[in-house]
Design a binder for this molecule. Structure first.
Ligand SMILES: NCc1[nH]cc(CCC(=O)O)c1CC(=O)O
Length: 315
């Protein structure tokens, strides 16, 4: 590398949300960068930025509406030069970034599965009729109702700590969390078990951390290349192309998971109606380098089967 590396007096500024999970992800990024360049950790400065999504806690996300609820303030700070990079959970990120920014660096992916979390029950199969399932995820809600129509789903927002507290208070009998988040927080013991992707296909990009930067910042681009995980990039290329072709956002019940098998990439995808009345699934395999085309193809096949109006509830 020809360009200069950060120093304690001119540190690289890492932007992140302030939740414990976001902070854990920012710290992991700092650790990987300092190791890759043999720099002390004080060459990196973590900046916590509060987003609209963090501020408004009393309403469901879909009511607040708008794009980038958890990212706009962070991306603005990057564009204005207040921070140099931003660390994100990829499953919360739209498929396109604002002009001037690029999101193509991924850390090695964590466990992709959802965790079943409950103080009283051992698994979904064990839940009595009418049990309240707490989740704010339309995907998880629809997936549960497709298989267990006799359960009741209640809105459940907040970070991992808040949700666990709500379970203790009896607001719901169980909830789901990403295994990845629990592992990163050192709280995997909270999970009664990890749910196999066959039973609950995860969200697109679940378990992956992405690092965003300014397009024209070549110094940062060179640094990030050193910590990028290629296989995670290949899997996300397929999954995010699938999401893009479905015009999906975090408000749409869509699931997708790509896995590398030898020289091939296998993509499974699912779209659901939010009330759990219908689910369509498919899978396909292609050479790894054709992942993005595979994602679009799988999405178009599902859209054709779904027909007009499958997503009409959005209006
Ligand atoms: N939407 C919130 C969110 N975004 C990323 C994660 C977990 C970490 C990950 O999937 O990388 C979570 C919490 C959860 O689903 O339990």
């Amino acid at each position: 590398m020809t360009q200069e590396l950060p120093t304690p007096s001119a540190p690289l500024k890492i932007g992140t949300r302030g939740s414990p999970l976001a902070l854990a992800q920012a710290h992991e990024t700092r650790m990987r960068l300092s190791k890759a360049f043999d720099l002390s950790e004080d060459c990196f400065e973590i900046h916590v930025i509060k987003t609209t999504g963090d501020r408004v806690l009393d309403r469901p996300l879909k009511e607040i509406g708008g794009k980038g609820l958890f990212t706009r303030e962070i991306e603005d700070a990057m564009l204005s030069g207040e921070i140099d990079i931003a660390v994100h959970s990829m499953k919360d990120m739209p498929v396109e970034q604002p002009g001037g920014l690029v999101l193509d660096t991924y850390l090695p992916r964590e466990d992709v599965r959802d965790a079943f979390v409950s103080p009283h029950f051992d698994g979904l199969q064990a839940l009595p009729e009418g049990t309240k399932v707490g989740t704010s995820s339309l995907r998880r809600k629809a997936q549960v109702l497709v298989k267990f129509p006799r359960l009741e789903v209640v809105e459940f927002r907040g970070n991992v700590q808040t949700r666990l507290k709500k379970l203790e208070d009896g607001v719901a009998g169980c909830t789901f969390l990403a295994m990845a988040g629990l592992n990163r927080l050192g709280q995997s013991e909270v999970a009664k078990g990890a749910i196999a992707p066959e039973d609950m296909l995860p969200a697109v990009a679940q378990g992956a951390i992405g690092i965003e930067r300014r397009v024209d910042d070549t110094r940062v681009a060179d640094m990030l290349a050193a910590i990028h995980d290629g296989p995670t990039g290949q899997r996300l290329a397929a999954e995010r192309a699938f999401l893009a072709a479905l015009d999906g956002s975090c408000e749409t019940p869509i699931a997708g998971l790509a896995e590398l098998e030898g020289g091939s990439i296998r993509l499974r995808g699912e779209i659901l109606r939010p009330d759990g009345s219908e689910s369509l699934e498919d899978e396909a395999t292609a050479p790894i380098e054709d992942g993005a085309a595979l994602g679009a193809e799988l999405a178009n096949g599902l859209l054709k089967r779904a027909g007009e109006g499958f997503f009409d509830w959005r209006a």
